[in-house]
Write a protein that binds this ligand. Sequence first.
Ligand code: GTP
Length: 325
Amino acid sequence: MQALVLIGGFGTRLRPVTYDLPKQLIPIAGKPMLYHALDLLPREVDRAVFATGYKADVIAEYVRAHPHPRLAIRTVPEAEPLGTGGGMRNAGDGIGDPFVLLNSDVISDVNVTALLAFHRERQAYGTMYLHEVEDVRPYGVAALDARDRIERFVEKPEPADAPSRWINAGVHVWAESVLEQIPRGRPVSFEREIVPGILDRGVYGFRSHGYWEDAGTPERLLHAQRLLFDGGRGGASPLPSGASGTGPVAVGRGVSADGGSFGPYVTLSDGVSVRAGAHVENSVLLEGAVVGAGATVRNSIIGPNFEIPPGRHVLDAVLANARPP
Ligand code: GTP
């Protein structure tokens, strides 16, 4: 079985880091959020097609340099952003029946084996994993009948128009023929333009009660990192040698932190340096970032090779050397 993975969006809310790096490659709990999303795929999925948009070349290079231990990955770039449906159509030739559709910035513990079993048991045309939230406005919302069949689907509704609090959580199973419903060669929103018109073919909602986060903002990304560590899915490692404090901390290669200290929930990518007397907690530091002596970093995302001067206090920030193109 194959998975079609949607990898687009400009990551505007994670700038300036995302001027250079697509948000899906920002590491949380030790590895890029994209690779955490791939971890959801069960054994029967052995191939993945990446529908890539923004920074497609950076994704392709990352995949080449970091082959997935289990999945054979093919990337299919878009010349211009085609939206979710357009991306599916552009990359989906030969995807097989059924296939898993996966958003690339979803952090959750949904059981995709159970999702597939549910899909088969209902002989569904499509099955969408649903998560319950308080504020549905940024999401697609599903109304279900007593057998969990989706009767209505509204993308990004005003609260008064929201048919429930169950939202599209970004993991689906679809019959291959769904792709034929999508026009080729132009931007298409799968959720707005296609899903409402195919509900009568038998589209079901699989309600899941575990954790879920859409890691599109700094706060949400750091929350996703905490969920991963707490759920045992983070790459927690011992503190770097000579450092003190509390984990969980994910430590890359060549990290130096002699005399530094850590609070919980930190990712230190390869080559990060945390100098004596510096403190880091609830943060992500990308490759080669430097935290100067006596500086503190809390609730922040620090881009590659960015240097925080000695003694500086950084709170709730996204910092990077990258500039707008
Ligand atoms: P916001 O939700 O507004 O933050 O933006 P988003 O880009 O994440 O949009 P959305 O939730 O609709 O995206 C769902 C999935 O589709 C995500 O995994 C996106 O990365 C991906 N995606 C969005 N637009 C495109 C696109 O034009 N092409 C491709 N290939 N994927 C896309």
